[in-house]
Design a protein around this ligand. Structure first.
Ligand SMILES: C[S@@+](CC[C@H](N)C(=O)[O-])C[C@H]1O[C@@H](n2cnc3c(N)ncnc32)[C@H](O)[C@@H]1O
Length: 450
């Protein structure tokens, strides 16, 4: 796993949901959760669970929340951390196990055990409102993985491998938990159960540092599951201040700009682009200002000429200078990094001496600039075509899909749609720039010798 859910440094606030319709607080699982949390010292009058047409389940403000006001304040007793796990019936097994298990495995094991114990489990009111399944790529079948952009696909495949490795390496520990269960433990700690618990931790934990326990491995122990608070959805453009208050011993979220009555209260999980949101949280935010479309090396090579005798050297030079990564198209056109990489690739053999200057932002000549703009346009159109092909494939697959598979297809479709919108904007910007290409200004390359 790469990161905990949303962290203490993230800034959150409330935002406007397109439409907030169905409140859920009257439904039994939520009523039970609120009652259970009340016994632990938490109640929230200003936020109630609701189902929103654009984001699904979230929390709605029942009264205006003013700027800088607390949105939610959850007592330490309500937080599920590794300390709660070590104090529980599973604690003695964890303490005995050598080499120690990771904080992540401790939390996952507890979630699985509590889910197994149903109504009799202490954390049952919380477990019951957790999603039964997730739309994160670790749930995707191979044909859905193939619909992802290449770099996301690679990261998603690696996540799947890590999860599988985590499962198999933890099996001996899981087997040691047999005395806690009436059923054979391998029927409880299945790969599917571990995937569910892993996604619950990955998509829902807040960042909270704890003292490192000697009973756990030395991986950073920064997870806390925060019932109710974890019903808050993400919006990239909102701001909150969130973190554990050592004085009040509550996990607090304070809104920066406030939230209107009957609107969805949002937080921001971090400045994540849509690819990261999909990988870590299984959703995509529309109009996400942190998002971009990535150009991988294979795609970049499509616009390069094999006849360039320096191509190999140029790619090596770009790689050594970390210029083959993060080459993107965004709503405001191709990124500076992409144009810089193209500028270097555009050079004639005799321009060898200005390679370094190019990386510092210099340009060479009008014809090389035009070459770059044309290549950028070519790349953009290639990515656009690829997106359209995938979108029609998704639309076909959606016809025969339902349930979890349909939800997964919809998430990939949203990612592809968002990317296509950015590419279309980029394409337009590039076309306009080419049309209005201004005369070459030689002072842009003064001091360059070649
Ligand atoms: C901390 S939970 C938030 C509550 C969650 N919606 C629920 O029903 O329990 C994080 C998950 O909520 C969903 N989510 C958060 N923000 C979202 C958004 N803006 N649009 C769609 N889904 C979102 C994603 O599934 C994500 O993994």
């Amino acid at each position: 796993m790469t990161s905990p859910g949303y962290d203490a440094r993230m800034v959150a606030e409330s935002g406007v949901a397109k439409s907030a319709n169905m409140t859920l607080s009257h439904e039994v699982p939520f009523a039970d959760l609120r009652r259970w949390l009340k016994q632990k010292g938490f109640s929230s009058k200003c936020l109630i669970p609701a189902s929103f047409t654009d984001t699904g389940r979230g929390l709605m403000a029942t009264q205006p929340i003013k700027a800088n006001e607390l949105v939610i304040s959850l007592p330490e007793r309500c937080l599920l951390t590794t300390s709660s796990v070590l104090k529980s019936y599973i604690g003695e097994y964890i303490k005995r196990w050598k080499p120690p298990v990771s904080p992540l495995i401790a939390l996952c094991s507890f979630l699985i055990a509590e889910r197994y114990h149903g109504d009799t489990a202490e954390w049952s009111p919380y477990i019951k409102v957790l999603p039964k399944s997730y739309t994160c790529p670790v749930y995707f079948s191979n044909d859905i993985m193939d619909l992802l952009p290449l770099d996301v696909r690679i990261k998603a495949a690696s996540q799947k491998e890590q999860l599988e490795e985590l499962y198999f390496s933890s099996l001996p520990f899981f087997l040691s938990l047999q005395p806690i269960f009436a059923e054979p433990v391998d029927k409880v700690f299945t790969q599917d159960a571990v995937r569910w618990a892993w996604c619950s931790v990955n998509t829902r934990t807040v960042y909270m540092e704890h003292a490192q326990s000697n009973f756990l491995s030395q991986e950073k122990d920064v997870f806390a599951l925060a019932p109710y608070l974890d019903l808050l959805n993400h919006r990239p453009d909102v701001q909150v201040h969130a973190g554990f208050n050592e004085l009040s011993r509550h996990y607090e979220i304070r809104s920066v700009h406030g939230c209107k009555k009957f609107q969805q209260a949002f937080i921001c999980y971090g400045p994540h682009d849509n690819q990261r949101l999909l990988l870590e949280y299984g959703f995509v935010a529309s109009g996400n200002q942190h998002s971009a479309v990535y150009v991988d090396l294979g795609t970049l090579k499509l616009c390069l000429s094999e006849t360039d005798s320096q191509l190999h050297q140029k790619l090596l030079f770009l790689k050594d200078n970390d210029f083959l990564r993060n080459l993107t198209f965004g709503v405001d056109g191709p990124s500076w990094r992409l144009m810089t990489a193209l500028r270097l690739l555009s050079l004639e053999p005799k321009q060898y001496s200005c390679w370094k200057h190019i990386l510092l932002g210099a340009a060479v000549s009008q014809d090389r600039e035009d070459w770059c703009l044309h290549k950028a346009l070519m790349l953009c159109q290639h990515l656009c075509d690829d997106n359209s092909t995938v979108l029609s494939k998704i639309s076909q697959l959606k016809g025969g899909a339902d349930g979890a598979r349909l939800e997964q297809l919809c998430v990939v479709e949203s990612l592809r749609r968002e990317e296509r919108a950015m590419l279309e904007r980029s394409e337009q910007i590039l076309k306009n720039t080419l049309l209005s290409s201004s005369p070459w200004q030689p002072n842009r390359i003064k001091n360059m010798e070649y």
